[in-house]
Design a protein. Structure first.
Length: 204
């Protein structure tokens, strides 16, 4: 998993509440178990019409936001079914951070496991960042995970909270497999000791 330390990029404004996982990645794209390739289908029903043509008014289709790395959204983002494809699609598109007043629990947890930083802020602070995001690619936002600070284009800053363990995992690029591999030496030592103590359990 890619480390998340400090991110400076364009923030796309999505001032909608209750954006569910079916809106993020519709069910017809859930057949794959690959984490890559889903970015083109992110927000598919909002980005494209029935003929597959881009809907110009959707934020990620606007030139200023095609390379957005941060999403500023409304409350209860990621509600609905628990599909892990939702953070996969966001990440594959290039979104590394989502800022909202609240998230659905399962989506929130899945973000951390896939290298996305979900940040919960009071509505008034989300509104400030939404205003910054509306200014397009000329107004960059910086998210500093180490210091837990978001810096706006005009020099203002907003502090945010994050669970220390989840922060550690993101800073070091550790997903569930990575956390296990950190203990590889101890696991190998335990297995060698177990084999010596119980040789009859060794596979033939």
């Amino acid at each position: 998993m890619e480390k998340f330390t400090k991110l400076t990029g364009t923030a796309a404004p999505l001032p909608l509440i209750n954006v569910d996982t079916d809106m993020i990645i519709p069910k017809q794209f859930l057949k794959t178990i690959k984490r890559s390739g889903l970015g083109k289908n992110l927000f598919d029903e909002m980005r494209f019409d029935g003929e597959g043509n881009e809907i110009p008014d959707f934020v990620l289709n606007k030139p200023a936001y095609r390379d957005a790395q941060i999403l500023v959204a409304g409350e209860n983002f990621g509600c609905g079914s628990s599909r892990e494809h939702a953070p996969w699609a966001l990440l594959d598109f290039g979104i590394r951070c989502v800022i909202a007043p609240s998230f659905a629990d399962i989506f929130y947890n899945n973000c951390f496991k896939n290298g996305i930083l979900p940040i919960v802020l009071p509505q008034e602070e989300v509104d400030k960042l939404m205003d910054d995001a509306e200014r397009g690619s000329n107004a960059k936002i910086t998210v500093d995970l180490e210091n837990q600070v978001i810096s706006g284009p005009d020099g203002g800053s907003i502090a945010f909270e994050v669970d220390p363990f989840r922060k550690h995992c993101l800073l070091n690029g550790l997903d569930d497999i990575g956390l296990t591999l950190v203990k590889a030496e101890k696991i190998d030592s335990f297995e060698a000791g177990m084999e010596a103590r119980t040789p009859w359990l060794k596979a033939g």
